[in-house]
Design a protein around this ligand. Structure first.
Ligand code: NOJ
Length: 541
């Protein structure tokens, strides 16, 4: 496999609104990010994925762009953007920009023009029909909105203020290319493509994901923009199977470098239901899903690895135990994930074990998806408690509360009034506290990140799931040349005995990393403590 810079690094995702506020208006900004670059450098991150910073009316916190060539006022201006990139580059950190090209804001010039009537030059930049069909928006309700002026409906897969772009129109595609080239010339090092599997949609045939022309469009985009440069591209794809992911990420096909896939993320919901319809996690399926992705893309494509982002609940609350074993379980989950093959994406606050929130009232919530669902389900007769429980478990605001920098006022995120409440546990869980304790989750992440950089077996080792039907242990090996890692994670809060398969006992080994101070030696029977994680580095004698 040809070595690439994104095989070595860990990407850190910043949700700018909630990261660091420099001008005390209660909203994070670019200067705030600049002030924290040394912190990220110390952690060892190689790139930052910045959630959208373009001009936006913020119906969906920046995922509704009204001007691709400018920065939203609350975050700063283009000079700040210049400074941010320069400051990042001087620390050897790359910038991956979020690119939202499936839809724009309804306040974008193109849409405002398109709305003027059927004759408008920009009419076909969007999708218009005389009659709606049964397609639904991802946020709930119909995907069609009536426009009185022209007596037609326009299509939107998210909020009605996020009209979908019409990728069948070559003029639109040219304008998108121009914009991407502008940002490449500006100095960005890559893109995260928002809901990219929706751009090839064929609405008349009720196809939204993985439409017939999707890969053709991506190859064209690659050819005319980023394909000529050494940048990282990652696509968000809710509908990808490993076969589809290979289409995107096979280097010979010239599309993207990798995709985010959401198979394990979707396992704790009722079959056929929405994410709000909670179901316990099927741990065996969970392990097998990871294994399937690791093995299917081996030698053919490249994986991204993540358990968190701005759309997902905090993984320590979701898959770990954020009460009694917060530290142990956060470290275990990081071990389980980041010893796998692919590029890891760490979401802000994950490195200090930030948790979900439970705000008492719906009025404390901000996210358009959650507010839409709340209204819809209330009308459908759900009781409030049930709705709130879904929000506590899956709401996107869980990940969007401000970064907890210290135990002082507003967690030192802002001196103003934060745009969304801060998680009350900031007094105990914060960066200052983490930095002052060598046993903290932060230092564990730092260690994992540097191990990934150093060891080829972590980057390129072949993955094999072992004990695949064990109901509590997640264990796998990574093999590269004559070296092998044995990764063992007790996924639950009970003590558990593990019978180690014989083949490993005949090997020389050292312990690479472990989340308990007193380390368990590799022997026939290992008594695993709650959420214990150990990585053995073995060599055939
Ligand atoms: C995926 C983004 O991650 C999410 O935050 C957003 O709401 C939708 N795409 C629409 O852009």
């Amino acid at each position: 496999m040809t070595r690439k810079w994104w095989h070595d690094i860990v990407v850190y995702q910043i949700y700018p609104r909630s990261f660091m506020d420099n001008n005390d208006d209660g909203i994070g900004d670019l200067k705030g990010i600049i002030s924290k670059l040394d912190y990220l450098k110390d952690l060892g991150v190689g790139a930052i994925w910045l959630s959208p910073v373009n001009k936006s009316p913020n119906v969906d916190n920046g995922y509704d762009i009204s001007d691709y060539y400018d920065v939203m006022d609350e975050f700063g201006n283009m000079d700040d953007m210049r400074l941010l990139i320069d400051e990042m580059h001087s620390r050897n950190i790359k910038l991956i920009m979020d690119l939202v090209v499936n839809h724009t804001s309804d306040e974008h010039y193109w849409f405002k023009e398109a709305k003027k009537g059927k004759e408008s030059k920009y009419r076909d930049y969007y999708i218009w029909r005389d009659k709606p069909n049964e397609l639904e928006s991802n946020f709930g309700g119909s995907a069609w909105e009536y426009d009185e002026n022209s007596n037609q409906y326009y299509f939107h897969l998210h909020d009605k203020r996020q009209p979908d772009l019409n990728w069948e129109n070559p003029l639109l595609r040219k304008d998108i290319e121009k914009m991407i080239n502008f940002w490449l010339d500006f100095g960005v090092d890559g893109f995260r493509f928002d809901v990219i599997d929706l751009i090839g949609k064929d609405v008349d045939n009720l196809i939204t994901k993985n439409g017939p022309k999707l890969h053709e469009y991506l190859q064209e985009l690659n050819r005319n923009t980023f394909g000529k440069r050494d940048v990282l591209t990652v696509g968000e794809t809710w509908g990808a199977t490993p076969e589809i992911a290979t289409l995107y990420s096979d280097p010979e096909r010239n599309e993207l470098n990798m995709v985010f896939q959401f198979e394990v993320i979707s396992l704790d919901k009722k079959e056929g239901g929405r994410k709000w319809d909670l179901a316990p996690l099927d741990f065996i399926k969970f392990k097998k899903s990871f294994s399937k992705w690791q093995t299917s893309l081996y030698g053919k494509g490249w994986n991204s690895i993540f358990g968190n982002n701005h759309d997902l609940p905090r993984m320590v609350s979701r898959w770990g135990n954020d009460k009694i074993y917060r530290v142990e379980s956060a470290k275990m989950l990081a071990t389980m994930l980041y010893m796998q093959m692919g590029t890891p994406y760490v979401y802000q606050g994950e490195e200090i074990g930030m948790t979900n929130v439970k705000f008492p009232s719906i009025d404390d919530y901000n996210d358009i998806e959650c507010l839409t669902m709340y209204k819809e389900r209330l009308q459908q007769g759900y009781n409030i408690e049930e709705i709130m429980n879904s929000i506590y478990a899956k709401g996107r605001d869980n990940a969007r509360t401000p970064m907890q920098w210290s135990n002082r006022e507003n967690a030192s995120f802002t001196k103003g009034t934060p745009w969304i409440k801060i998680n009350e546990n900031y007094k105990e869980i914060n960066v200052e506290q983490a930095l002052s304790n060598k046993e903290s989750i932060y230092y564990y992440y730092k260690n994992l990140i540097s191990l990934r950089k150093k060891l080829d077996v972590v980057k390129y080792g072949k993955f094999e799931l072992i004990l695949e039907n064990d109901k509590e242990i997640f264990a796998y090996t990574r093999t590269y040349k004559n070296g092998q890692l044995l990764v063992i994670c007790n996924f639950y809060g009970n003590t558990k005995q593990m019978i180690v398969p014989k083949e490993f006992l005949e090997k020389e080994y050292s312990i690479l990393i472990s989340n308990y101070k007193e380390r368990n030696k590799l022997k026939e029977k290992i008594q695993l403590r709650p959420y214990e994680a150990i990585v053995y580095n073995t060599k055939t004698i």
